[in-house]
Design a protein around this ligand. Structure first.
Ligand SMILES: [Zn+2]
Ligand SMILES: [Zn+2]
Length: 133
């Protein structure tokens, strides 16, 4: 019997969700945006199922949640070390890379005798478009 027939349904759902986060041009979608998009492919999926799968993907280290305000979570499938700028007017989230920060974990770990796995930094302000208005 071919193996794919016994593949659990949830794996497919999770793959569709993960593929969407990886390929969307809307960077860092919210759970609501992910749900609206995934529903086009899987019409019977519920928001709860999408949300549970996001938690599993997060546990598996495949996506990173960005808790950038108390009411918003967005999801990022870019796992390379990078930071985020959040526009406080239009809610745009931009990726910021800072080569100079790569040594930070090592330096802090050494100074405080800790093991540092990762750190997060958010920058808040106005994006290029909003700054002009
Ligand atoms: Zn803006
Ligand atoms: Zn990002």
């Amino acid at each position: 019997m071919p193996q794919f027939q016994s593949k659990p349904r949830t794996t497919n759902q999770r793959q569709v969700i993960f593929d969407y986060i990886k390929t969307t041009s809307l960077s860092h979608p919210t759970a609501e945006v992910i749900f609206e998009s995934v529903r086009k492919k899987l019409p019977r999926i519920s928001f709860g199922t999408v949300y549970r799968n996001l938690l599993v993907l997060e546990d598996q280290g495949l996506i990173i949640p960005l808790y950038y305000t108390k009411d918003h979570v967005r999801y990022d499938a870019i796992m390379e070390n990078h930071y985020h700028f959040i526009c406080q007017r239009c809610d745009k989230v931009e990726n910021i890379s800072m080569e100079e920060m790569l040594e930070l974990n090592k330096q802090i770990a050494k100074r405080h005798e800790l093991q540092i796995d990762y750190h997060r930094i958010y920058f808040y302000g106005l994006c290029g478009d909003c700054k002009k208005v």
